[in-house]
Design a protein around this ligand. Structure first.
Ligand code: BDR
Ligand code: CA
Length: 314
């Protein structure tokens, strides 16, 4: 049975690939896509979700726009990584897939309550929508099977020395999610930096010879140049699909149970995830923390999903 999921995202190059993986892999049933401000403004991330879905023929999955700013602090976007559009690189056709009129939080609430089984949430963006859901509809926690998120790190950050972008943008939301009591799996930078889009991966996508695969290559090429320029990476880490892959096949991402606390006050460390892998502190084991990626199986699933969605070029 496919695992029912909702993706909450801010596309974003790697979010776009997460959407494709979720829509194209038979092991998950993508019930909804919700958007939030993060990599770019809400208007841009929502437009990008519609663009990706239009291109990939994902037209039966409702898309809803959510929060346009973090709970407490002003929005910080990642224009340096994802560009002015939030998805710089390819030229997308005019989107024909539209959003529903509901707010993302209300759409998630409705889907959670309409679905016969508990649903897994896969946030690949700042956690503002999810925190608002748990605040506005606390009874919905029981309808969530698990929250498998991309964010944080067991080691260093990528927006500050200590903080990863998704947590840095809305630390209060992240804190609320980690303390909610809902089972959380954290796929942080320490594991997503193992998902590198190497020339071999690009060649596999090229070889699919579909328009969708071509756009994936263009996205990855633009994303790669940002990673080279900003961080000196030879190949860019494709963060967000790692969280989807964990739901598709938990064996792809090895995890350990630990306490994760979000630093809210540190002078230099606000937004850091403090991960107590060695259990120094007597604090609840509130998360499964991803440590290791089976890269071969990961890329097999991602390339397989793009193949399944793509139609032959020309
Ligand atoms: C995360 O930040 C965003 O830029 C990416 O889409 C990913 O979700 C990585 O830190
Ligand atoms: Ca993202």
């Amino acid at each position: 049975m496919a695992v029912p999921i909702i993706i909450d995202c801010d596309p974003g190059h790697d979010d776009a690939l997460a959407i494709l993986l979720a829509a194209g892999d038979p092991a998950v049933d993508l019930l909804a896509i919700t958007t939030v401000a993060g990599n770019q403004t809400l208007a841009k991330t929502t437009l990008n979700a519609r663009r990706v879905c239009t291109l990939a023929g994902i037209d039966a999955v409702p898309i809803a726009a959510g929060c346009d700013r973090p709970l407490l602090q002003p929005l910080v976007v990642a224009e340096d990584v994802h560009g002015e559009s939030g998805l710089d690189g390819p030229r997308f056709p005019e989107p024909t897939v539209h959003t529903v009129t509901e707010h993302a939080v209300d759409l998630i609430h409705r889907v959670l309550n309409d679905h016969p089984e508990p649903v897994t949430l896969v946030p690949t963006a700042p956690l503002t929508n999810i925190a608002l859901l748990l605040t506005r509809y606390p009874q919905d926690a029981a309808r969530i099977r698990e929250i498998v998120l991309m964010g944080g790190s067991t080691t260093r950050g990528n927006r500050t020395p200590a903080a990863e972008f998704n947590i840095f943008v809305d630390p209060e939301a992240a804190d609320l999610v980690f303390r909610s009591g809902v089972p959380v799996t954290m796929c942080g930078l320490n594991v997503t930096h193992q998902a590198l889009a190497t020339p071999d991966v690009l060649a596999r996508l090229e070889g699919l010879d579909t328009e969708l695969a071509q756009v994936c290559v263009q996205m990855l090429t633009s994303y790669a140049s940002a990673y080279r320029r900003l961080w000196g990476f030879s190949h860019p880490p494709v963060h967000d699909p790692v969280a989807v892959a964990r739901v598709i096949d938990p064996g792809i991402v090895r995890c350990t149970r630990a306490n994760v606390s979000v630093e809210l006050r540190g002078q230099y460390t606000r937004g850091a995830t403090v991960v107590d892998i060695h259990r120094y502190l007597d604090r609840p084991l509130n998360a499964q923390v991803a440590l290791e990626l089976d890269t071969e199986r990961f890329w097999d699933r991602l390339v397989g999903a793009v193949r399944a969605l793509g139609s032959a070029r020309g």
